[in-house]
Design a protein around this ligand. Sequence first.
Ligand code: SAM
Length: 245
Amino acid sequence: RTTHFGYQEVPVEEKASRVADVFHSVAARYDVMNDLMSLGIHRLWKRLTIERSGVRPGHSVLDIAGGTGDLTLKFSRMVGPRGRVVLADINQSMLRVGRDKLLDNGVGGNVEYVQANAECLPFPDNSFDCITIAFGLRNVTDKDAALRSMARVLKPGGRLLVLEFSKPNNPMLTRAYDEYSFRLLPFMGQMVAGDSDSYRYLAESIRMHPDQETLKDMMEAAGLERVEYTNLTGGIVALHRGIKL
Ligand code: SAM
């Protein structure tokens, strides 16, 4: 069986290790590159995710594919000492950078760090009030399995929020965005991080990712209900939300 690594067709077993190489390679400079590549706009996309999460003091939150922990940092303040936030990622390098950043920011006892694959989450059924996956789902090999696994560990009434690149909704924007991501992005990756291949993969993986309606259907098929999405920045990014009833 084969799957996609960016535009390349690769054996299913190979995708995970190729993705792992990308994130080992970008971990140290991930935050700087994020700010640079999105001109800081990823902060606004993440802020909306936080606002739509409905997280309150005492809640249990899973930030899967949480990487360097931007969302975890905010959630840990929102849930307070009686709540908990699990920062989980498949990649040890990203998790290490995330943990160091959170400790530097004074985050304490309510955050746990877990190395885990979104496709088979190591948590009991009905564990979390809210799960977020931000810019992570497109890197996962079996997205349907990951969505099912997230639905399983959500508590009844809990929310899943998927923040991910999507399809721009106007042709002019699509052209400008293609120019930007296929020319400028690998160039910036080379100049700032000495690594154009990883950034070329990121641009390609964005194009291969399911569009807004397809992802909505996938979430419903995984058992989530009342699924809706909001386009952000002209559909360059979409925030999907579903509830486990
Ligand atoms: N959520 C963070 C953010 O928004 O800044 C990090 C996003 S980063 C682009 C994608 C993350 O997904 C990486 O840290 C990568 O290791 C992680 N990842 C890729 N495949 C995964 C999987 N199958 N399970 C869990 N995490 C995965």
